[in-house]
Design a protein around this ligand. Structure first.
Ligand code: ST9
Ligand code: ZN
Ligand code: ZN
Length: 333
């Protein structure tokens, strides 16, 4: 059964070569890559990002202070905005567009692209490109948020400095034709800035003001800046915490780990040892919907006929893999 895993991933790549774009996903770890010898290139700070990220986090703290003055409806609206933008990242940029772990109809892709703009984490094309290099060259110089460089770099530091040249060199060689062929992805990319201004900042602020007379200041700082900052940090915890703390039931030779706290805050994306072992699984976890709102969302979309073809690793393959490379921590099977 063990060969089935290798078979599953290699046949996926082979069919990608032979067929059209949509079946190619370059998210499989490439163990032939070697980091270049000699001293690392110097770290070049990007002050614009350092200043903007600092201001954003100060704004989010101010939003926190404003919570007692906000109406209950505004707090509830902030949670709704959190969940919509989170799904735009998890069900959209991550599971659909980076890994192609299921198929989504045009209306669902449109919703996910809008939700993704609300999350303002770079456009889907750029996000998926960075994420595929993250899987293919995980924890090397060619990984954009290489966790070998420490918690801070993997969390936010990588957005505050120029990229390692290998990230760009290897990223340019990836096959991204499936993304280029997706009109929803390319439209979101073309109108990205406008969509972010409207969906990440204006809509979250104006809805509570217009519908129940919330002040614009509270609207800006709570469902706006605080919600945006929380989604960012929940996402970044997958790169930092879930690459450092937790069990490794599926593959003890890699650093990504199973982290229930991250799974909770990142609506299902903290089962990271599983996810790096089986990146094409639509649930990013052995356990379906447990601590995994994103999987519940995709299941609901399938039920409604808006999504289909969810890829799932079989129980036998998971068990065989756990026995061969796991750390023995998951005895639940
Ligand atoms: C943000 C993203 O926060 C977060 C992503 C997290 C990923 C998480 C994954 C975990 C799993 C999923 C879990 C989800 C959980 C969600 C939970 C939700 C509750 N390949 O970029 P430049 C090219 S964004 C190929 O400027 P520099 C590029 O095209 C936050 N090519 O590099 C360009 O070429 P050209 C908001 C690549 O100068 C050239 O290189 N956004 C690649 O080194 C230069 O590109 C920000 O803060 C590649 N991989 O600058 C903005 N990469 O000129 C952050 C680049 O021809 N970004 N190229 O067009 C920046 O400001 C800059 O990118 C930089 C690097 C300063 C970081
Ligand atoms: Zn990872
Ligand atoms: Zn992934």
């Amino acid at each position: 059964t063990e060969t089935m895993i290798q078979h599953a991933s290699s046949s996926r790549q082979q069919s990608g070569d032979a067929m059209t774009a949509t079946s190619t996903v370059e998210d499989v770890f490439d163990d032939t890559y070697r980091e270049k010898e000699g001293p690392k290139p110097p770290r070049r700070l990007v002050w614009r990002n350092i200043i903007l990220m600092s201001l954003l986090h100060i704004g989010a703290l101010y939003g926190l202070i404003l919570i007692p003055t906000a109406s209950l409806l505004t707090v509830a609206w902030s949670v709704v905005c959190f969940l919509i933008s989170a799904l735009g990242v998890t069900a959209g940029a991550h599971r659909l567009w980076s890994h192609r772990s299921y198929k989504a109809s045009f209306p669902l892709r449109t919703f996910l692209a809008l939700a993704n703009s609300m999350a303002f984490q770079n456009d889907i094309y750029e996000w998926a490109r960075d994420h595929r290099v993250h899987h293919k060259y995980s924890e090397t110089d060619a990984d954009p948020h290489n966790a070998m460089r420490g918690f801070f770099f993997a969390h936010i530091g990588w957005l505050l400095v120029r990229k390692h040249p290998d990230v760009i060199e290897k990223g340019r060689k990836l096959d991204l034709s499936d993304l280029k062929a997706d009109t929803v992805v390319m439209l979101q990319r073309r109108y990205y800035k406008l969509s972010v201004v409207v969906l990440c900042f204006l809509v979250p602020m104006l809805v509570p003001w217009y519908l129940w007379g919330e002040s614009l200041v509270v609207g800006y700082f709570l469902p706006g800046l605080l919600r945006y900052t929380l989604v960012l940090n929940a996402t970044w915890l997958v790169n930092s915490a879930a690459h450092m703390w937790g069990n490794r039931p599926y593959d003890k030779t890699i650093n990504p780990r199973e982290n229930p706290f991250v799974s909770f805050s990142a609506v299902g994306e903290g089962f990271h040892n599983y996810h790096h072992t089986f990146p094409f699984d639509y649930a990013t976890s052995e356990f379906g919907c447990r601590l995994n709102l994103t999987t519940a969302f995709i299941d609901t979309m399938c039920f409604l006929g808006l999504a289909s073809d969810c890829k799932k690793v079989s129980r036998e393959v998971i068990l065989a893999r756990m026995q061969r490379t796991g750390d023995g921590s998951n005895k639940s099977g």
